[in-house]
Write a protein that binds this ligand. Structure first.
Ligand code: TXA
Ligand code: MG
Length: 310
């Protein structure tokens, strides 16, 4: 067992904050049973206190102790996708306190697969409340350096785990109502979920901050444009723009990042790319819209949010 991981678990036990890698994005962790620690977490993020937070565990068995009612669908999804990039919303047990559920009767549970997250959660033993380790509303971090840029001195320790493999936040399935609702698309696609349980896509009535229109956003105004519109905009350029596109750089554009045509590879690089474009000193970011296919649902969701001005 790595000394850094032991130190991190000690900080969590003492009510402190630790940022750690997961396969989706880096999380900012606090002891999920400690009200003061979770309050510190919300303060560090600048996040409203009534938003629920996902609780992370080393195993499904431990995760399910936070729920009083585990439907067969939850067991089947956990069996298939945990550890991995899936969050389940279930009816809470007495262990899931108001300060992690935002006062709701449900709780978000996840068992991440990243070896450093697994080691930390196993060493700590209990549940770790962890939103993405960024300032509220900003782009999620996919490297330890991103976390330091965003949160700096607010975190006692940032565990290093390399770039997150998935790159966007976990798929969230809400099983707390008797139906299975897809609250947030992610690397585990609706089609993969459907093989196990009948899924409805929903505009959930539950409060969840990922559901706000503007979220995951760079500071520079960003716009999602079709390939055709991108060409037109470039021809009529009046300001410095940074472009995220599939095609080769156009020399009339100040800053150009080329993205892969594979959805998983695109997702893996998306947040680092948005951060890079954001710091390019341009007046605007133009993002070439990705294809319509089901493979791109999660990327389209994050791009819509990054490019929304609502
Ligand atoms: O991949 C991920 O899920 C990352 C890593 C760190 O695990 N975490 C993450 O957490 O994205 P966060 O807090 O940035 O987003 C969690 C989403 C939010 O929209 C939150 O409000 C929602 O999950 N959520 C958590 N508990 C919920 C509940 N009981 N009911 C409805 N939504 C819930
Ligand atoms: Mg987040």
């Amino acid at each position: 067992m790595n000394a850094e991981v032991r130190r991190a678990a000690g900080i969590l036990r003492g009510g402190g904050l630790v940022a750690f890698p997961t396969e989706t994005v880096y999380g900012l962790g606090a002891d999920a049973s400690n009200a003061a620690a979770v309050a510190r977490l919300y303060a560090a993020k600048g996040r409203p206190a009534d938003h629920p937070v996902i609780v992370h565990f080393a195993s499904a068995e431990k995760a399910f102790s936070f729920s009083r009612e585990i439907p067969q669908a939850a067991r089947a999804l956990a069996q298939r996708f945990w550890p991995g990039p899936l969050t389940l919303i279930l009816k809470r047990s007495e262990h899931a306190k108001d300060f992690v559920t935002g006062g709701q009767d449900s709780v978000g549970l996840r068992v991440p697969s990243h070896p450093v997250a697994q080691a930390l959660l196993a060493e700590f033993g209990g549940g770790v409340a962890a939103p993405s380790a960024n300032r509220f509303g900003h782009v999620s971090p996919t490297t330890a350096a991103h976390v330091r840029e965003d949160l700096g001195a607010k975190v006692a320790l940032v565990l290093e785990g390399g770039p997150s493999e998935v790159g966007i936040e976990s798929t969230i399935v809400d099983l707390s109502s008797g139906e299975a609702l897809l609250l947030r698309p992610g690397a585990i696609s609706q089609r993969e979920l459907q093989e196990i349980v009948t899924i409805k896509e929903s505009q959930s009535v539950l409060r969840h901050s990922g559901g706000l229109a503007r979220h995951y956003a760079p500071r520079t105004p960003a716009r999602l444009v079709s390939t055709f519109e991108l060409d037109k905009q470039i021809a009529a350029l009046k300001e410095r723009v940074a472009v995220l596109a599939f095609s080769r750089p156009d020399e009339r554009v100040d800053y150009w990042l080329r993205m892969p045509r594979d959805a998983a590879a695109y997702a893996q690089r998306l947040y680092a790319a948005l951060r890079e474009l954001d710091s390019a000193g341009c007046e605007q970011i133009l993002v070439e819209a990705p294809p319509e296919g089901a493979d791109w649902a999660a990327v389209r969701d994050r791009l819509r949010k990054a490019c929304s001005d609502g």
